[in-house]
Design a protein around this ligand. Structure first.
Ligand code: SF4
Ligand code: SF4
Ligand code: SF4
Ligand code: FES
Length: 696
């Protein structure tokens, strides 16, 4: 390692690695050098001149955001000359600024406002008429107010470098320069909102949040996005029990400040007008009619009790969105109280075979941090940018910052092709057959992460692991699953053949498909899933209980329908695609709905099973998970402060996964199963795409 550089900032003797920028060295020492265009992680711009400092023996003031520290350098960040430079820079930036802070969304959290407050002048020498440009709407999500723009180009770099989309550029020169879409007058992009979030001023605003509130009127609740399996932390801005905004500006989660459109804006299903708010019972006239909770629960308890007493057949279908605690408690209820292994969920990837194939090894499951730190990635089958947005972002950043090598084996072109070392197309879906073409290159990599989606399952997972182990280098894996708690559903034993912790269940029960096809089920209990979208339930006699947020196809078949809380309305834990456990925190309450865990607990109580089932508090159930589920002995306090990867289940699983049942829904950036159907923002983007497509 090269010797550290020694230098002085404001009288503090400091050391830093060669190449460290003055602005970063100062920040690490607790000295702020104000900046607009500089943004950690993105290319240097040196556009705003806000970061000027004095360096002894240098004739002019220096730009701290592009100047590396040098041995013996003596830097001053708080002299009269520096303060005057900042004042003049701000005066220039405000030359054409509309100063409409009272109606600007950014007011109260605007970097320009803060800088002017601290370093600016009370009056301006510029009295010329300001150049007005009308505000533009580039998409349902993105609005641009040109006069507020200070041309820091953060948005352009976030889109180009961070997202790999390159949707934004600059038009005109000098005082009339503006940011503009690269593709005409509208955006055809990921609608991620990264550009809006990173804008230091109110030039870019979001269609979802603008003019809704002042920032100081919100409470901020850090929880986990409920859409895909990547498990991004999202900080929800809540006012009057309503979620107004999602972002992660404090970078406190695994995802830093990244969020895709779903994590940033698609919380809006939670206050959709069609949310179920009251239990419903099917009346004698065949219609679902509102009922009280006590009536609904007693009806279920009575019916379940009767069916159990006569040794009838139950089927239980769970969800890959519900929490670990709910899934654990549900399978416990099914197995211990109802006496059935007929419990399953929609399987979206083959983590089971991977765990089995890796038995006897350790350190083989990649973390989300590994997806940034590692230097080589093999992506099999998946269009990451569309289906696994945060994973795609991590790998893109690794390529940018570490020159990571990316190898892609997919049926069609993907965004990663732009910077891949090698891409192979397998239109016939023969991904594994293509791997020998990459063997030498992959074996030459000191370390490698292999990511695979549902195109590799069953025996193919074993073949893939054998291929990986044969390379002779450090290989880790990431089985790509779909939904927010797909991994947790497997780990908690929401499978007919597996108990929690990948333990064989002995006598496998019915799968989802078998439950739907069976004509002799006496009761079907569906929690947070919509299996009847694919087809009807064959058992006409079945008493059907559904817990859901909306009147889905499955809910319409219910005999008793119970309104369930969303992920943003409850506490608990979820496990992401990399096996990292994170904590959900309740941001809002919803009138009439209850968390699934509470509903299951109340049914147990009504059936007189409370002593057997134990309390239904999330913390209590989590403690039981810690004691009984392999890999999950992680203190809740650690999960509360950050993601914790579950320990590998280091033993044979003992049952074969069911590759025939594994399929990904291949949700895109703008779809998300039932939640997506009820998200206004996602639907508005889809609609706008079709409108623009017909006009383009
Ligand atoms: S919303 Fe995202 S993809 Fe679209 S322009 Fe902004 S940064 Fe780029
Ligand atoms: S729109 Fe915002 S982020 Fe983009 S250049 Fe203007 S001020 Fe900077
Ligand atoms: S990448 Fe996935 S977890 Fe992250 S914000 Fe998007 S949908 Fe949510
Ligand atoms: S922050 Fe250094 S020039 Fe903009």
């Amino acid at each position: 390692m090269a010797d550290p550089i020694k230098f002085t900032i404001d009288g503090h003797e400091l050391e830093a690695a060669p190449g460290t920028l003055v602005i970063d060295a100062a920040k690490r020492a607790g000295i702020e050098i104000p900046s607009f265009c500089y943004y950690e992680g993105y290319s240097l711009q040196a556009a705003c001149r806000m970061c000027l400092v004095e360096v002894e023996k240098m004739p002019k003031m220096q730009v701290a955001c592009t100047l590396p520290v040098g041995n013996g350098m003596v830097i001053h960040t708080d002299t009269d000359q520096v303060r005057t430079a900042r004042k003049y820079t701000l005066e220039f930036l405000l030359t054409n600024h509309p100063l409409d802070c009272p109606v600007c969304d950014k007011g109260g959290e605007c970097e320009l406002q803060d800088m002017v407050f601290r370093y600016g002048a009370g009056e301006s020498r510029f009295t010329e008429t300001k150049i007005h440009v009308d505000e533009q709407q580039w998409s349902p999500v993105v609005f641009y107010d040109g006069p507020r723009c200070i041309l820091c180009f953060r948005c352009v770099r976030a889109c180009n470098e961070g997202m790999g989309v390159n949707a934004l550029g600059v038009v005109n020169r000098g005082a009339v320069s503006l940011i503009a879409p690269n593709d005409g007058d509208h955006l055809n992009c990921d609608e991620c909102g990264q550009c809006i979030d990173i804008c230091p001023v109110g030039a870019l605003t979001s269609g979802a949040y603008r003019y809704q509130t002042r920032p100081w009127e919100m409470e901020h609740v850090g929880t986990i996005c409920t859409h895909c399996s990547n498990g991004c932390k999202t900080t929800l801005g809540v006012r009057n029990d309503q979620i107004i905004r999602g972002n992660n500006r404090d970078r406190s989660g695994i995802n830093g400040e990244f969020l895709c459109i779903k994590g940033r804006y698609a919380f809006d299903f939670s206050d959709h007008a069609e949310r179920l708010q009251s239990p419903m019972i099917r009346a004698a006239n065949g219609k679902l009619e509102p009922a009280s909770w006590s009536k609904a629960l007693s009806t279920i308890a009575e019916k379940f009790g009767q069916i159990k007493a006569r040794d009838g057949k139950f089927g239980v279908i769970g969800s890959n969105h519900t929490t670990n605690e709910e899934n654990f408690y549900l399978q416990k209820f099914a197995r211990q109280a109802l006496g059935t292994n007929n419990i399953d969920h929609h399987r979206t990837g083959d983590a089971v075979t991977l765990v089995d194939a890796l038995s006897g090894t350790t350190g083989k499951l990649a973390t989300t941090q590994d997806l940034y730190d590692r230097k080589a990635f093999l992506i099999i089958g998946a269009d990451l940018a569309i289906e696994q947005p945060f994973i795609s972002f991590q790998i893109r950043a690794s390529q940018r910052h570490h020159d990571a090598h990316i190898y892609v084996v997919t049926a069609a072109g993907v965004r990663e092709d732009q910077y891949a070392t090698k891409s192979i197309r397998t239109p016939g879906g023969s991904e594994l057959a293509a791997l020998p073409q990459l063997r030498d290159a992959l074996a030459a990599e000191p370390e490698l992460v292999i990511l695979f989606n549902d195109s590799v399952k069953g025996e193919d997972v074993r073949k893939l692991v054998a291929f990986g182990q044969s390379l002779g280098n450090a290989v880790s894996y990431c089985p790509l699953l779909d939904y927010s708690n797909s991994r947790g559903a497997i780990d908690m034993g929401l499978l007919p053949e597996l108990l929690p912790g990948f333990q064989a269940s002995g006598t496998p029960g019915l799968t989802v498909g078998e439950m739907l096809a069976a004509d002799d089920l006496d009761a079907v209990w569906i929690i947070g899933a919509n299996p009847l979208k694919a087809g009807p339930l064959q058992s006409k006699k079945a008493f059907v209980v559904v817990q859901d947020m909306f009147l889905t196809e499955s809910a319409q078949r219910a005999d008793v329908l119970l309104p369930a809380a969303s992920a943003y309305e409850k506490n608990g834990t979820v496990t992401n695609v990399c096996g990292e456990v994170q904590r959900l925190k309740r941001a809002i309450s919803t009138i009439g709905a209850k968390p699934d865990l509470e509903i299951i607990g109340l049914i147990a109580k009504e059936m007189g099973l409370a002593p057997q089932m134990g309390p239904w508090l999330p913390e209590t159930v989590y403690n039981e998970i810690r004691r009984t589920v392999k890999g999950y002995d992680i203190p809740l306090a650690l999960v509360t402060v950050g993601a914790q990867q579950t320990a590998p289940v280091n033993g044979r699983v003992g049952v074969e996964s069911r590759p025939d049942l594994i399929w990904s829904a291949h949700d895109t950036l703008f779809t998300s199963g039932t939640l997506g159907r009820y998200s206004k923002i996602l639907n508005s983007v889809i609609e706008s795409r079709s409108t623009h497509a017909s006009h383009d």
